[in-house]
Design a protein around this ligand. Structure first.
Ligand SMILES: Nc1ncnc2c1ncn2[C@@H]1O[C@H](COP(=O)(O)OP(=O)(O)OP(=O)(O)O)[C@@H](O)[C@H]1O
Length: 265
């Protein structure tokens, strides 16, 4: 069933006892503190928490953009730890999709060329049917030749989503993917991501500050001071807002009351 964490299926993302330290002995920051979590295929997870709680660090470590100081990250069954930079880059290109707040499109390239860029970088010739399929999926079939500057913010983010989907990645990581969009456009983009999960079985992990965005996920995990301190399944906007409001003073209670929620601590 979509949205539940099936303990029988292999997790597509597995972090085990991941710690990430920044700085030296004098100015050490523990950005992630012994974090363990399993994320399963076909699920949509939102990661929330106060500023500085470790959300970006979590995303970067989970996606192989940064190496943990200790602990292990498995993605689609592959231990990222031993991979050197080049195979890791290739792995990311082939198996991971990214969506950023700032879209990160190439301004001089058309929609089609932006979408097919990851395939071409991976040395694969894009199949026309594959490209048509993702463009249709994101509602941009009529904009194939347009350049990003000719598109609205929502349309640009749809191009970025198509680019993330085209490699059929094991996971798509989103860093505030709706952060630069107005409410209505954000809702459309989130519906599109949700559809990719429900219809195509895509796995999505998204960092967000926005309770409305988080409410589109199957599950919200909350970080505070580099630790998971709570989760919500099938969250409503009100539940997420309530959790965020209470988090500061309640983080210890979350840690004890919600230990059976599938987040391994
Ligand atoms: N390159 C770095 N060097 C030193 N400290 C860092 C570095 N990156 C992050 N940190 C620190 O690690 C902690 C977690 O940062 P992180 O960016 O993961 O938090 P965040 O939850 O994503 O914050 P925000 O919501 O503000 O983006 C913070 O205390 C931050 O200052």
């Amino acid at each position: 069933m979509i949205g539940t964490q099936d303990p029988q299926s292999d997790p597509v993302v597995r972090l085990a006892a991941v710690t990430k330290l920044y700085g030296g002995a004098k100015n050490r920051v523990t950005a992630l503190d012994n974090v363990s979590i399993d994320l399963h295929r076909g699920t949509f997870t939102a990661v929330m928490g106060p500023s500085g709680s470790g959300k970006s660090t979590f995303l970067h470590c989970a996606a192989g953009l940064d190496k943990p100081t200790s602990g292990t990250v498995h993605l689609d069954g592959v231990d990222l730890g031993p991979l050197k930079e080049r195979p890791l880059t290739r792995f990311r290109r082939e198996r991971i999709g990214f969506i950023f707040q700032a879209f990160n499109l190439m301004p001089s390239l058309t929609v089609v060329d932006n979408v097919t860029l990851p395939l071409r970088l991976a040395g694969t010739r894009p199949k026309k049917a594959q490209v048509n399929e993702v463009l249709e999926q994101v509602g941009l079939s009529g904009k194939r030749g347009a350049r990003p500057g000719e598109l609205s913010g929502g349309q640009q983010q749809r191009v970025a989503i198509a680019r993330a989907l085209v490699t059929r990645p094991a996971v798509i990581f989103g860093d505030e993917p709706t952060g630069a969009l107005d409410t209505r456009t954000a809702a459309d983009v989130l519906a599109l991501l949700r559809q990719a999960v429900v219809v195509a079985g895509q796995t999505i992990v998204m960092v967000t500050h926005d309770p409305v965005a988080a409410s589109h996920a199957d599950r919200v995990v909350f970080l505070a001071d580099g630790r998971f301190v709570g989760t919500l399944e099938r969250p409503t906007v009100e539940q997420v807002t309530d959790h965020m409001t209470r988090m500061g003073s309640w983080s210890d209670r979350f840690a004890t009351n919600e230990a059976e929620d599938g987040v391994r601590r």
